[in-house]
Design a protein. Sequence first.
Length: 500
Amino acid sequence: MNDLSLLSLLIWVPIVAAFGILALGPQRAGMAKMFALITAVITLLLSIPLWQNFDSGTAAMQFVENIAWIPALNINYHLGVDGIAMPLVALTTFITVLTVLSAWKSITKNVHQFMAAFLMLEAMMIGVFCAQDAMLFYVFFEAMLIPMFLIIGIWGGPNRVYATIKFFIYTFFGSVFMLIALIYLYMKGGSFAIADMAQLSLSMIEQTWIFFAFLLAFAVKIPMFPVHTWLPDAHVEAPTAGSVVLAAIMLKIGGYGFIRFSLPITPDASGELAGFIIALSLIAIVYIGLIAMVQKDMKKLIAYSSISHMGFVTLGIFIAFALVAKNADSNMALEGAMVQMVSHGFISAALFLCVGVLYDRMHTRMIRDYGGVINTMPLFGAFFVFFAMSNAGLPGTSGFVGEFMIILSSFQANFWFAFLAALTLIFGAAYSLWMVKRVIFGEVKSEAVSQLTDITKRESFILAVLAIAVLFLGIYPEPLIDVMRVSVEHLIEQISVTKV
């Protein structure tokens, strides 16, 4: 296998397998699950050479494939990864394996369709991170909505139709403006290659319009305040596996979009409007953190906490402009945003899986229905407390590293930015530990909790793997930072040069 075909294999192996699983039909549910798991593991194994053969000394795209797709419009099937995209591809393949395992027992209806939808979703998300042609990116960006729409709409909760339509309208509405911006850039430069778009000279007015078009698409995806309201509904209604993928990977596509499109293509407008984005990020961190505190549903609490933590990602990305203006170290802000994205992928996945474990046994997500779970599920209780502490940013866990890097960078830019951002450490501890206190600790209050059985070997394996990932990234983040360092430096060079 040569490097040229590696990214295509990562995209097309799950797609081909998904059609194979659909062909099995509803009668062979066991075979469909096994086939999906094997495919997810193969895709994970295929992503290992990305790390092994990746040259972290260059910012150039690697594992590049470039084939003419629609020559008349100069649209190419152009794939490649740099130090920013590659960790997110690896995160996608890693989380998908655990997601397939997590749905082993909980999904009983149309299992073959569910597993096929998940593999399709994995392929589209990998495609988003690998696409170096703007139209190819857009195709993957939109196509990803379809399997997620089906996952929530068919296997979701009682209000799933409302949640799916809201999810689809919000995300589709935002991306229409991105399409208009991409067509404008193509008309101006004659190329859909993202690298070519980054080279175009654009006036401040052009950059501002394009920036807002990208902002609408990516802000909904993250989701940023005030376009965040679709996320709690989607999470609450989605099956556990859907919530895991939504929080762990799909939200990261918004942050990745800012880094790949907004910053290099519209650096002047991004710098000019950075204060506006920083303000929205700080509102998300503080205000949404407060909303998380009053939630009665565990899934809603974790969903709001995700919005608050993703506020750190946009803060890190745009605080870099204030640091560039001051000739301060802006690398740490962008590296912190990337570490936060990967870390949040692990922690949010783990927390949604923990809620899924309880829901499978009790069929309720309401905090008031629990209490004293540690007495009947001691191993599960240990995992739940660990992940809640990680979510609160406990030093030694991955949740601390990215947030600390961003707070440190914010402090260099403006004391009040750092002060407001650091409030999340207090709020995060408050809502995470209050949930733990009411769900895990105390005396057993209900007959249902007293009948609970501890986690199975399959559930223990999934949570243990995520716990190791959270600890490893928390104690030794250097391998991840090394991979992205040169790509981040190149991005800072791009945003430091005016196009006007």
